[in-house]
Design a protein around this ligand. Structure first.
Ligand code: DC
Length: 220
């Protein structure tokens, strides 16, 4: 069977990681959540109170981001420490959106991501995978859903984790993050010309996965 690179891009909270994980399992491929890598660097800057760009850039050589498997799930590591739960907060997400605007941070992570894809057989999700990391990926998917649907999903996730957010705050956060992700100077979120757009606002998870498996199987 031909092994390919699948690039999945899209807005925050549109289900990219759920889809990418399911597709990786279906295909027997490696899954890489690049948002988790930006969040791990964000967590480092929060812990060390680094706010200025030069200080963040200077810290990059001291930061190692990796992945480990824990009970069949992928966890991100920061200098060897499992930080999976610490990176999934609103604060770390917002900081990730900010530090991801720094050119050197992007170059640092993009080089690692490209290395991970050398042997193909990978499903990677993020914002710039089909445009910058793997512009030659065989299958590029661009996921969208309305801001309200995405805010509700993120709200439900945060509540499930024991947080007590207000829906209005989560929606404002989704809109702010969309704006920053699409307007930054460095590798803004945009759809690659050859990407397939999947709007999942009104698709059930099963309907959506069937659409995606179908696209994937065209390469087999
Ligand atoms: O997908 P996520 O919410 O975990 O991503 C967190 C932030 O990281 C998001 O606001 C934008 C940034 N990001 C990026 O700039 N490029 C990527 N490939 C992945 C994430």
């Amino acid at each position: 069977m031909k092994r390919i690179i699948v690039a999945i891009d899209g807005y925050s909270s549109c289900g990219k990681s759920t889809i990418a994980k399911a597709l990786a399992k279906y295909a027997g491929y490696t899954y890489v959540d690049t948002g988790a890598m930006y969040r791990a660097i964000a967590l480092y800057t929060l812990r060390h109170a680094l706010t200025e760009e030069p200080a963040i850039v200077a810290a990059l050589p001291s930061i190692q981001v990796g992945f480990i498997q824990v009970d069949g799930a992928q966890h991100v590591t920061l200098n060897g420490e499992d930080v999976e739960s610490q990176i999934r907060t609103l604060e770390a997400g917002n900081r990730a959106s900010m530090i991801s605007q720094i050119k050197e941070v992007r170059a640092f992570l993009v080089a690692q991501q490209q290395k991970m894809g050398e042997d193909k057989g990978i499903v990677m999700d993020g914002r710039d995978i089909g445009t910058v990391v793997f512009p030659k990926a065989e299958l590029k998917l661009f996921l969208t859903a309305s801001p309200e649907v995405r805010a509700q999903r993120r709200f439900d996730e945060l509540v499930a984790k024991g947080e007590h957010p207000k829906y209005e705050d989560v929606l404002a956060d989704v809109n702010d993050r969309d704006y920053r992700d699409t307007h930054r100077a460095e590798s803004p979120l945009r759809q690659a010309e050859d990407a397939i757009v999947v709007d999942n606002s009104h698709l059930t998870p099963d309907e959506q996965m069937n659409v995606i498996y179908d696209y994937f199987n065209r390469f087999q």
